[in-house]
Design a protein around this ligand. Structure first.
Ligand SMILES: Cc1cc2nc3c(=O)[nH]c(=O)nc-3n(C[C@H](O)[C@H](O)[C@H](O)COP(=O)(O)OP(=O)(O)OC[C@H]3O[C@@H](n4cnc5c(N)ncnc54)[C@H](O)[C@@H]3O)c2cc1C
Length: 381
């Protein structure tokens, strides 16, 4: 059988490793670059706690060692009827297809009016430019998200680190942070007390929270919010609204949400197609952990079907380790439908744990099957 994986990020590589652990069939990953980066650790680039080379690995080399093909190419179009994928390196066919091309960050950022006056704290390039600006600018800093952005954790981290950098530099500038929820930081977590504790931590760190707000437009040196108010800042960094990337939308996979609407917990889109990670529609934030769990569940589903192998399925949740300059923290919200596991705590040691986990992800080319997520049944959700 031919297993074709589009995208060599958290979801795509997890699929490849797990399929190979159980099958000798033909597995091919097609992705834009053989250099893959562990981007959850990028905020630590701002303070030189990690270097660029600590975040990256050669996916082709790692996969080839396991007899998995890696094709460095651009995916151009997908034809599910003929089970073919057109790429810049030719056409590939498949028995099973995995869509794991991530979220369309750049294309959505470019849709924000005035985006050229802001950074996007998502790409490596965005982080490097933001770093330069945070260490040299004299004024205030604004960090926020555009409407319906499905991940706020990186904004929390960038705001905390910005506060730390300004303090280290002896600057009096303010740091503004918008939260999409009116309840504030982690406002979407349905547990009393979490957001109050989180808000009070951010406020004690001197961060001005703008609750229930998002970014609708950017002008030079100011941001326009959804309520029409303006915030003036020298450094502006924003995460956009997200959707599945254009190639996925143009190939007809997305619904009205702009994401691929899949069955949960299997992440199945059709009989032969699974859609994973940032491009799949779920009620949870789009995270690396969720991307790896989506991959685990999809492969478990296939292995049961084609080989009768029974492997666990996992629930999606929220696990956010906050890198915050000279401090850090963790938020966990996981449930298997019966038990709820929740924690919010602060301390720099959480950052040390995250750094160690990040090293492991890089060393093993994302072949790290333990995600600390509760097991669930195949039929849950
Ligand atoms: C700063 C930051 C901090 C974060 N912190 C956390 C955190 O603490 N915890 C957490 O769990 N998550 C975190 N995330 C979120 C996490 O990084 C994403 O959710 C994750 O990358 C999604 O994985 P994915 O496999 O869906 O997509 P990706 O990892 O984005 O992989 C997609 C791959 O497909 C390739 N590709 C895309 N289009 C094409 C094409 N047309 N042709 C060929 N190849 C293509 C890309 O180059 C990429 O290699 C953070 C993200 C950022 C930016």
């Amino acid at each position: 059988m031919k297993f074709l994986i589009l995208g060599g990020g958290y979801a795509g590589l997890t699929i490849a490793h797990k399929l190979r652990r159980h099958l000798n069939d033909e597995i091919t990953v097609i992705s834009r670059s053989r250099v893959v980066r562990e981007n959850t650790i990028f905020p630590l680039l701002l303070t030189d706690e990690v270097k660029i080379e600590d975040t990256e690995f050669d996916a082709k080399e790692a996969l080839n060692k396991k007899g998995i093909d890696f094709v460095e190419a651009e995916v151009v179009q997908i034809f599910p009827e003929s089970r073919e994928v057109k790429t810049s390196s030719g056409v590939f066919d498949y028995d099973y297809l995995f869509l794991a091309l991530g979220g369309g960050y750049e294309e959505n950022f470019e849709k924000i009016p005035g985006h050229e006056h802001a950074f996007m704290h998502h790409t490596l390039d965005g982080f490097l430019k933001l770093k330069e600006s945070l260490w040299s600018s004299e004024g205030d800093v604004f960090v926020g998200n555009a409407p319906r952005s499905p991940i706020e954790g990186p904004s929390y981290q960038v705001a905390l680190i910005a506060e730390y950098i300004l303090r280290r530099r002896g600057r009096k500038g303010k740091v503004y942070l918008t939260t999409q929820s009116r309840r504030g930081v982690f406002g979407a977590i349905p547990i009393d007390g979490i957001h109050e504790k989180a808000n009070s931590y951010f406020e004690k760190r001197g961060i001005t929270l703008l609750k229930g707000k998002d970014v609708t437009e950017i002008k030079k040196g100011r941001v326009i919010l959804n309520d029409g108010n303006e915030v003036y800042a020298d450094v502006i960094s924003v995460i956009p609204t997200l959707s599945a990337p254009k190639v996925i939308r143009d190939s007809g996979f997305t619904g009205t949400s702009g994401f691929v609407e899949v069955k949960l917990p299997s992440f199945r889109y059709g009989e032969r197609v699974f859609a994973l990670g940032d491009l799949a529609q779920t009620p949870f934030p789009r995270t690396a952990r969720a991307a790896m769990i989506s991959a685990e569940n999809a492969v478990s589903t296939i292995l049961k079907e084609i080989r009768g192998i029974n492997l666990p399925m996992y629930s999606l949740g929220v696990l956010c380790v906050m890198e915050g300059g000279d401090d850090g923290g963790i938020l966990r919200f996981d449930t298997n439908g019966k038990d709820v596991k929740t924690a919010l705590a602060f301390g720099k040691h959480y950052v040390a744990i995250k750094k160690a986990y990040s090293r492991l992800l890089v060393k093993r080319a994302f072949d790290v099957p333990y995600h600390g997520a509760p097991e669930i049944s195949q039929n849950q959700y």
